[in-house]
Design a protein around this ligand. Structure first.
Ligand code: F6P
Length: 323
C-alpha cells in the first residue's frame, strides 16, 4: 500500500476535520501518500482529489464542517457509480480508501469493498445510528449545541409559564433527542422508537404544571411519528382545553455547525489514526469505531446488515427524572 485517499460523505459532523488530519498525518508517518477527495462520493466518481501534506491539514483540528466538502451522491447508489469510482482510483494508482461518514456513506464503502477495492470506514454521524460504534464523531458536539439551546429556552419558558417543543435532528434515531432530554432535564421526550399520543403528552405536561413546575420542555426527535410541527398544530387546536401556551423551536442544521468539542476532537483523532493503521496493514472491508471505549473494528457486511437501537433503560430514566 503506497497511496491512499480519504473522503468525507453525507451530513457533515463536527470532528470530521480532526479525522482528516489524523488520517493524513498518520499516513505520512507510515510512509503513505494521502490524497484528499473533494465532495465525497461525487468527487470520487469525478476523480477530483489532490495530495495532502501535513501542512495542508494544519489549523483544521478546531474547525467544524469538513475541509474536503461533502455531498449526498445519488449516482453512487446506482450499480455504475462504484464501478466508475474504482476505475478512477485505479487509474490514479490509489491502493486504498478511507470513508469518514455514517450509514449511507458506509453502505457506499461496502459497495466498493464488495467489488474488491480496499476500504476502511471511520464512524462519523451526529445521529449515532451506526452499528459498530457506541458513539460516532459529531454526536457529542451536536448534543452540547442542543443542550445550550434547551438551557436558553428554559428561562423564557419559565418567565411565561409556557411549554416549549424543541425539535432535534437524528433522522430515524432517537439517540440525540433522548440524551438531550436527560442532559437538559426535559419534562417529556418524543422519540421515533415509541408511538406518540398527543393527548397523553398534553396530560403529562398539565400534570407537570400541577406538580408546581413553571415550564415544560419537550424534546422531540425529528423522526418521531409526530414531529414538533405536528404536535404544535394539535396543541394550538386544543389550546383552551389544554390550558397552557406552547411554542416550538426547530434546531435543524444549527446542530451540525460550530467547532468540535474536546470529546469529538479526541475521538476523531483516535478513529482516523486507527483506520489508517488498519488499511496500511492490509486490513480492509471494515469500520473503525469505539465500543466500550476501545477502538473496535467491525466488518462492513455487519455494519450494513444491523441497526443500532437506543437503550430502553435510558428512556425509562428520562421519564423518572422528569418528575
Ligand atoms: O444524518 C445527519 C443529518 O443531519 C440528520 O440528522 C438529518 O435528518 C439529515 O442529516 C439532514 O440532511 P441534509 O443536511 O441533507 O438536509
Amino acid at each position: 500500500m503506497k497511496r491512499i485517499a480519504v473522503l468525507t460523505s453525507g451530513g457533515d459532523a463536527a470532528g470530521m476535520n480532526a479525522a482528516i488530519r489524523a488520517v493524513v498525518r498518520t499516513g505520512i508517518h507510515l510512509g503513505l501518500e494521502v490524497m484528499g477527495v473533494q465532495c465525497g462520493y461525487a468527487g470520487l466518481i469525478a476523480g477530483n482529489w489532490r495530495p495532502l501534506s501535513a501542512r495542508d491539514v494544519g489549523g483544521i483540528l478546531p474547525v467544524g464542517g469538513t475541509m474536503l466538502g461533502s455531498s449526498r451522491c445519488l449516482e453512487f447508489t446506482t450499480e455504475q457509480g462504484p464501478r466508475a469510482a474504482i476505475a478512477q482510483l485505479e487509474q490514479a494508482k490509489i491502493d486504498g480508501l478511507l470513508v469518514i461518514g455514517g450509514n449511507g456513506s458506509q453502505t457506499g464503502a461496502f459497495a466498493l469493498s464488495q467489488l474488491g477495492f480496499p476500504v476502511v470506514g471511520v464512524a462519523s454521524t451526529i445521529d449515532n445510528d451506526l452499528y459498530g460504534s457506541d458513539i460516532t464523531i459529531g454526536v457529542d458536539t451536536a448534543l452540547n449545541i442542543a443542550l445550550e439551546s434547551i438551557d436558553r429556552l428554559r428561562s423564557t419558558a419559565t418567565a411565561h409559564h409556557r411549554a416549549f417543543l424543541v425539535e432535534v435532528m437524528g433522522r430515524n434515531c432517537g439517540y440525540l433527542a433522548l440524551m438531550s432530554a436527560i442532559a437538559g432535564g426535559a419534562e417529556a421526550v418524543c422519540l421515533p422508537e415509541y408511538e406518540i399520543d398527543p393527548e397523553q403528552l398534553a396530560a403529562e405536561l398539565a400534570d407537570a404544571y400541577d406538580r408546581g413546575k413553571s415550564h415544560a420542555i419537550v424534546v422531540v426527535a425529528e423522526g418521531a411519528s409526530l414531529n414538533a410541527t405536528g404536535l404544535m398544530q394539535h396543541f394550538q387546536e386544543h389550546r383552551e382545553r389544554l390550558g397552557f401556551d406552547v411554542r416550538a423551536t426547530i434546531l435543524g442544521h444549527v446542530q451540525r455547525g460550530g467547532n468540535p468539542g474536546a470529546f469529538d476532537r479526541i475521538l476523531a483523532s483516535r478513529l482516523g489514526a486507527a483506520a489508517t493503521e488498519e488499511i496500511a496493514s492490509g486490513n480492509h472491508g471494515l469500520l473503525v469505531g469505539l465500543i466500550e471505549n476501545q477502538i473496535t473494528i467491525t466488518p462492513l457486511p455487519d455494519v450494513v446488515a444491523n441497526e443500532k437501537s437506543i437503550d430502553p433503560r435510558l428512556y425509562a430514566l428520562a421519564q423518572i427524572l422528569a418528575k
